[in-house]
Write a protein that binds this ligand. Structure first.
Ligand SMILES: Nc1ncnc2c1ncn2[C@@H]1O[C@H](COP(=O)(O)OP(=O)(O)OP(=O)(O)O)[C@@H](O)[C@H]1O
Ligand SMILES: [Mg+2]
Length: 298
């Protein structure tokens, strides 16, 4: 019996593709080993999760990073939001700045506001408006490679900014970072946000990732006449905190100075320390520090 030419061609093509698959598998395992090695050296790794879009995750991530940096900690942010990266702007980094690579190929994080280091696809695009059109598998690979090949030397606190949802990016972070310190939840007070953020809490529980606390953002607005408007309703964070037994870290009001500062890449709480929002934010950062330092696993 002879193998036909076509069959032979098909089989040999398969042999090559098996080889390729084996090589890919080896590369993937080597990257994962690097991730484990590098992440083990970072004592605190905190991912900011919400499921809901537009509630202030990137604002909370960038400002908490600045808060930790301003008390002398060595802090970095990984922007895992590839489609809507906000970290470069919120840390005062120009999106056209680019990221440097060392001779050994490792990525050097950019240095943003108050010395916070940042790695973001938003810093690698040709123009600020260039869209990132990636499917899930590409995003998983990008997260793994950014974790594996960035020079995280000396970093004590790694904050990870996540996009909305409980999909590829959130799952990848939960599964490939060993001893993730935990997820930090952010919600606004609305019913719509409450129900979506509960999904994020349930997601963390399913994956056995600690829930470090919940922050309620945009809780109220204080009018110039002193009256208080609960624009998005009341009580969402308290309800989630009680139902999922998560530490309630505090409330941040709506304040135009927050939005302006985020757009300028500055920390509102350092520029306007007397604002009610700044005091609430500092108290939240202090509580979070207490919670995470209890969770330390090296
Ligand atoms: N408390 C606040 N007061 C005023 N503006 C705020 C406040 N919190 C966030 N913002 C502004 O609201 C907008 C949305 O915030 P942000 O980008 O942090 O949300 P997000 O949850 O990261 O969104 P996405 O889901 O798209 O990633 C930003 O312009 C930010 O500056
Ligand atoms: Mg965001």
């Amino acid at each position: 019996m002879r193998i036909s030419k076509d069959e032979y061609k098909e089989k040999s093509t398969n042999v090559v593709s098996y080889k390729e698959q084996a090589e890919r598998m080896r590369a993937l395992q080597s990257e994962q080993r690097k991730v484990v090695e590098k992440m083990k050296r970072i004592p605190y790794k905190i991912a900011v999760l919400s499921s809901k879009g537009g509630v202030g995750k990137s604002f909370v991530t960038s400002n908490l990073a600045i808060a930790m940096s301003s008390i002398g900690k060595n802090v970095a942010v990984l922007d895992a939001d590839f489609h809507g990266p906000s970290i470069p702007r919120m840390l005062g980094l120009s999106s056209t700045k680019g990221l440097l690579a060392k001779e050994d190929g490792s990525i050097v994080p950019a240095v943003g506001a108050n010395g916070v280091k940042a790695v973001s696809v938003g810093l690698m695009l040709p123009e600020e408006d260039t869209p990132v059109i990636w499917r899930g598998s590409l995003k998983t690979t990008a997260i793994r490679q950014l974790l594996a090949y960035t020079d995280w030397e000396g970093i004590e606190y790694l904050f990870i900014d996540l996009p909305p949802g409980t999909g590829d990016e959130q799952l990848t972070i939960a599964q490939i970072i060993p001893h993730l310190t935990g997820f930090l939840l952010v919600t606004i007070p609305s019913e719509v946000s409450k129900h979506v953020v509960k999904k994020a809490a349930a997601f963390a529980r399913k994956l056995n990732i600690p829930l470090l606390g919940i922050i309620e953002n945009m809780s109220y607005f204080k009018c110039p006449d002193g009256s208080v408007q609960y624009i998005f309703g009341k009580g969402a964070a308290e309800e989630i905190s009680a139902e999922y037994n998560i530490a309630f870290l505090g409330k941040i009001p709506i304040d135009p100075k927050i939005r302006e500062s985020n757009d300028r890449g500055e920390a509102f709480f350092l520029k306007y320390p007397d604002l009610e929002a700044s005091k609430s934010f500092m108290s939240i950062a202090k509580k979070l520090l207490e919670v995470i330092e209890k969770q330390k696993v090296t």
